[in-house]
Structures are given as structure tokens and as C-alpha cells.
Design a protein around this ligand. Structure first.
Ligand code: SF4
Length: 560
């Protein structure tokens, strides 16, 4: 018997190692089967097997982590005395940066556990504070909604239904994307099964003076739940939201820049700072943003969509800034967690969807504290910014640089100051950016220049681009990267409006040029080649701006 157990365990560990080595994807069914197989081994030698599996909870491969979750769920269902230990593992994994681990691993496991441990989980749900652990709160709500929607033993579950809706109501105005998207699926999952129970709650939430709750109600109306409501109920909900919104100051999407907008800072505690970036050609796999939204307010910015997750108009991206007040602590927690030790591609892009040195930083100094965490954990960082404020932290950058832990990327799309004034609401002039680079280079910091975006037919003149490259060479930029404007995420209407105002003769030319990609979001390939090839293949070498070997890349030796 012992031999059989050893074989099973051996096979399991071999499989996990194989996954760790690079098999990217397996099915969730296979994860479940592996968890069941290892449970068989556990039955024969519980403590030994449990410890060995526990060791994999911080594995780099997300599917391995899912198998660990399924295993702990399996043993909890088998023997109540292991429930407490499993709960500890789940709570420690709640802020996993992988959506798969959260959604398919934890939500699924908790859903199955609600039937066996309703009181323990109810107590945990009620006492979990959204400000302290929003990830766990949402996982518990989602798993409960899914469990209730299955509808087994409805009578017995009635008290849990009440708890679900009361707890949703406590957090429905919390405008953090993960919370809003999580609650949206809670309402849809549970509400489409029991629309009559959810309808009165929707009426209350529609009457709130709050964009996040309106987003959730609107989403509910557009999904299966909406189809189950009567026309009368739907109209009532719409009317309530419209009445509230008429009373609010309506923010119009600024199709042209308004330099006098009022900025509001919204302070938030976040469970995590890192997010995964799944773009194969980028040198980093993780991003971090101390702020959500960006006061620089570039008209061509394709990160504005991130505010839609808050139920907000894209326009508010530049004036409703979410300040992640505990960003440094959240990051330190993530770097200290055993699973980060297993991550091979440790380079993090600071400023992946907002500028970390935007004006808010002057007041909050969060980016500075975050950089101190990078230094403390000796974790490499690539900072993207347009701001001069980065020079405030020069001493810190020097320390990071001594350890070869930092790259700075400064974006300069063009030398045309007037054009940039029309396109960027609140940024330094091109020459000020070049001066910033000069000062960074004076301290030998590796700096890359991003000539992004190049605006077709406006800033794509090769002679002018060469002039910019020459200036960059004078201040000793290490490398430069050029790319053309794209029309991703609603950039097309804003930019077309800009063209209509300032370059009406180009509107049609852009229509003809932007025909490439699924949503015709890219300029056609021939144009891209004719512009980017001479820059990247000829001009960069001519001006010694091709030292890409100095650029930090994804993989680093673990110094821990
Ligand atoms: S600085 Fe970057 S993130 Fe900020 S608005 Fe401009 S393009 Fe968007």
C-alpha cells in the first residue's frame, strides 16, 4: 500500500515540476483530477503529504496553485478537522495576482465549502473588512452567490441569502474596479436565478448618488437578470438612475483638452499593487501603478478605459485620481510572500497605465515610498514617466542604479511644443523632458526614450524625427523606441475630433490608414514599415541610441 502511495505522490510531484518548468496551460478538469489523485495519497499518510503539497502554494505556475487549492478543498470536505488549515491557506492566497487562481481556484473551492461550513464562512464574510482585504471579501461574496444560485435546499439557505445581499449593500459604493466587477458578477449570478428577490435591492442601489452602484445596476439590466424583470421594473430603475444623475454635475468626455479641469483625489486602501501584463514582446511581465487615472490627461492615452471599470466616464480619468495610500505596504507584502521568490521574470513596470510622477505624487509621495520597497527587496523596476518630478528622487534612483535595479523611460513623442500643448493637458515641454534625461544621465542612470506615439502625417517627417534623435544623443540616452499612434480603447473618436478641429484635411487620410487589426486600431503595415524601419534600423545606430543590451529584461537571479 505504501508503495502505491509513493507512486501516486511521485507522479503528482513530477507533474507539478513539469508544469513549473514551462507547460503553460492545463484544463481545470485536469487540475481537479490531480487534486483528487493526491488526496488518495494523503489518505494514507496525511501529515507528510499535506506538508509537501502546502509547499507548492507559492509555485510560479498558476495552475499548480489552483491544484493546491483544489487539494485543500478536497481534504476539508473529507475531514472537518482540516477545514481550519485549509482556510488559512485560502486566506493567504486571496490576493493572488492571477485572476484564474482567484476566480476558478478560490471562488470554486469556497463555493463547494459553503454547503459544509455555512456558519464558519458566514462569520468570516461578515468580519472581513472591504478596506483591509477587498480581494477576500469579493471571493467570499462571489462563492456564496454561486452556491446560492445552485439552489440546493433553498429553505435552509434563506438566512444566507439575506447575508449575501446585506454584505453586497455594505460595499456597493466602493469604487475599486476589482470590487465593482466582482459585485457585478455576484448580482448577475445570483439575481438571474432569483430576480424577484434582487429587484427591490436594485431599486435601492439605483437611487444612490453613486456611479459604481449605477454601473452594477446597468450591467444587471443588460444581462440575463434584466430579461427576467418586467418592463415596468426596468423603467423604474432607469428613471431612478436618471433622476440622480441629472442632479449630479455631468462630466462630458473632453474631445479637446480642457486645461482648467478640477482634480479630485480619492484615497483608497488596496490589497495588492502588482498586476500581470500578458504582452509577449514587452520586457516585463508585471506592472504597478500607485495612482489610478492620470492628471497628465493625454488625449491619445489608451489607458483611459481603466476608469470605465469604476463605472466612470473615460473623461474622469484625468481628474478623478484614485490614490493608493498603502501602495508601498501592499507591494512589500507581495515581495515578501513566498510565491514572489519563485517568479523568474521579476522586472516590474512602474507606471503601466498611469504616470507615477503625475502631480498627485508631489503631495502624496507614494511612488517614492514604493521605490524604497523596490530597493529594500532588491527588485528591478522600470519607471515610465513624462514628468520632471522624478528628479526629486534622484538619491533613491542612484542607490537603485548602483545595484543595477532601475531603468527610466521618458516619453517624448515630438519636439513640437505647440502640438503637445494641444494633446497633453498637464505635461512638461519636450525640451524640459530632454533636460530631465540630461540630469538622470549625469548620474549614469540607464534611460530610454519613447518616441511614442508618432502621429501620422503630423509628426512622421523623418528629418524632424532625426532632429529629435540628435537631441537625445546629445544628452546620451541609452536607447530609443519609436511607435505609431494606435486607436485602441476609444482613442479613435477623440483623436478624430481633434483632427476635425485642427487638421480637417487629414480626417479622410486617417480613415484610410487605420484599417489594420481586429478593430482597425492600427495603421496599415506598409506605412508602419516605411516609417519605423528606417528609424529602428538606421537612425538609432547612426546616433548611438541602440544600446538595448543596457535595458533591464524580465529574468533576474533571485538574491533572496
Ligand atoms: S502620461 Fe501616460 S498614462 Fe498619463 S495620460 Fe498621458 S499617456 Fe496616459
Amino acid at each position: 500500500m505504501k508503495k502505491e502511495m509513493d507512486i501516486k505522490l511521485f507522479q503528482f510531484e513530477e507533474r507539478l515540476k513539469e508544469l513549473e518548468k514551462g507547460v503553460k496551460k492545463i484544463s481545470l478538469k485536469e487540475c481537479q483530477q490531480l487534486a483528487k489523485d493526491i488526496r488518495e495519497a494523503w489518505l494514507k499518510e496525511p501529515e507528510n503529504v499535506l506538508e509537501r503539497v502546502r509547499g507548492y502554494r507559492s509555485a510560479e505556475n498558476e495552475f499548480v496553485r489552483i491544484i493546491v487549492i483544489y487539494f485543500f478543498k478536497e481534504i476539508s470536505m473529507r475531514d472537518e478537522k482540516y477545514f481550519k488549515q485549509s482556510l488559512e491557506v485560502f486566506m493567504a492566497m486571496a490576493d493572488d495576482w492571477s485572476g484564474r487562481v482567484k476566480n476558478y481556484g478560490l471562488v470554486q473551492a469556497f463555493m463547494e465549502l459553503w454547503g459544509s461550513f455555512p456558519n464558519n464562512l458566514k462569520e468570516l464574510l461578515v468580519k472581513t473588512d472591504i478596506n483591509e482585504n477587498s480581494a477576500l471579501k469579493i471571493i467570499l461574496l462571489r462563492s456564496l452567490a454561486r452556491f446560492l444560485a445552485k439552489g440546493r435546499n433553498r429553505e435552509a439557505n434563506l438566512p444566507l441569502e439575506q447575508v449575501l445581499l446585506e454584505e453586497v449593500e455594505k460595499v456597493i459604493t466602493f469604487d475599486e474596479p476589482y470590487v465593482i466587477l466582482g459585485l457585478t458578477s455576484v448580482i448577475n449570478e445570483y439575481g438571474s436565478k432569483y430576480p424577484e428577490i434582487v429587484a427591490p435591492w436594485l431599486e435601492k442601489w439605483a437611487a444612490l448618488d453613486n456611479t459604481a452602484s449605477h454601473y452594477i445596476v446597468r450591467e444587471a439590466l443588460s444581462k440575463k437578470l434584466g430579461k427576467s424583470l418586467s418592463e415596468e421594473q426596468t423603467n423604474l430603475l432607469q428613471d431612478r438612475m436618471n433622476t440622480v444623475q441629472q442632479g449630479l454635475e455631468k462630466v462630458q468626455t473632453p474631445l479637446l483638452l480642457d486645461h482648467n479641469y478640477k482634480v479630485v483625489y480619492i484615497e483608497r486602501v488596496v490589497p495588492t499593487l502588482l498586476h500581470w501584463i500578458n504582452v509577449f514582446y514587452l520586457p516585463f511581465k508585471y506592472g504597478a501603478n500607485p495612482y489610478r487615472g492620470c492628471e497628465h490627461g493625454c488625449l491619445y492615452c489608451n489607458a483611459r478605459y481603466t476608469h470605465e471599470y469604476l463605472g466612470k466616464d473615460q473623461a474622469t480619468f484625468q481628474n478623478e485620481i484614485i490614490v493608493k495610500v498603502n501602495a508601498d505596504k501592499a507591494l512589500a507584502r507581495e515581495f515578501a510572500a513566498p510565491r514572489w521568490r519563485h517568479v523568474k521574470a521579476k522586472l516590474v513596470n512602474l507606471g503601466s497605465v498611469s504616470d507615477p510622477y503625475q502631480p498627485a505624487e508631489e503631495r502624496y509621495e507614494i511612488t517614492k515610498k514604493v521605490l524604497e520597497v523596490f530597493l529594500k527587496f532588491e527588485n528591478p523596476v522600470c519607471i515610465s514617466t513624462k514628468s520632471r518630478l522624478i528628479l526629486r528622487d534622484i538619491e533613491l534612483l542612484k542607490e537603485l542604479n548602483e545595484e543595477k535595479l532601475v531603468n527610466v523611460m521618458i516619453t517624448i513623442p515630438t519636439l513640437d511644443e505647440g502640438l503637445l500643448k494641444q494633446l497633453e493637458a498637464n505635461t512638461p515641454t519636450p525640451l524640459e523632458r530632454i533636460e530631465t534625461i540630461k540630469q538622470l544621465k549625469a548620474h549614469s542612470i540607464i534611460v530610454g526614450a519613447l518616441i511614442i506615439p508618432i502621429f501620422p502625417y503630423i509628426t512622421d517627417n523623418l528629418e524632424r524625427i532625426e532632429l529629435l534623435l540628435k537631441k537625445l544623443a546629445e544628452v546620451k540616452v541609452d536607447f530609443a523606441i519609436a511607435d505609431v499612434l494606435n486607436f485602441k480603447n476609444q482613442v479613435r473618436p477623440r483623436f478624430t475630433y481633434f483632427l476635425q478641429e485642427y487638421y480637417p484635411e487629414l480626417v479622410e487620410k486617417y480613415e484610410k490608414l487605420y484599417t489594420y487589426g481586429k478593430r482597425q486600431e492600427y495603421a496599415e503595415k506598409a506605412y508602419l514599415k516605411s516609417l519605423i524601419n528606417p528609424i529602428m534600423k538606421k537612425l538609432l545606430k547612426k546616433y548611438e541610441l541602440h544600446h538595448f543590451d543596457r535595458m533591464l529584461k524580465g529574468k533576474f537571479e533571485d538574491k533572496g
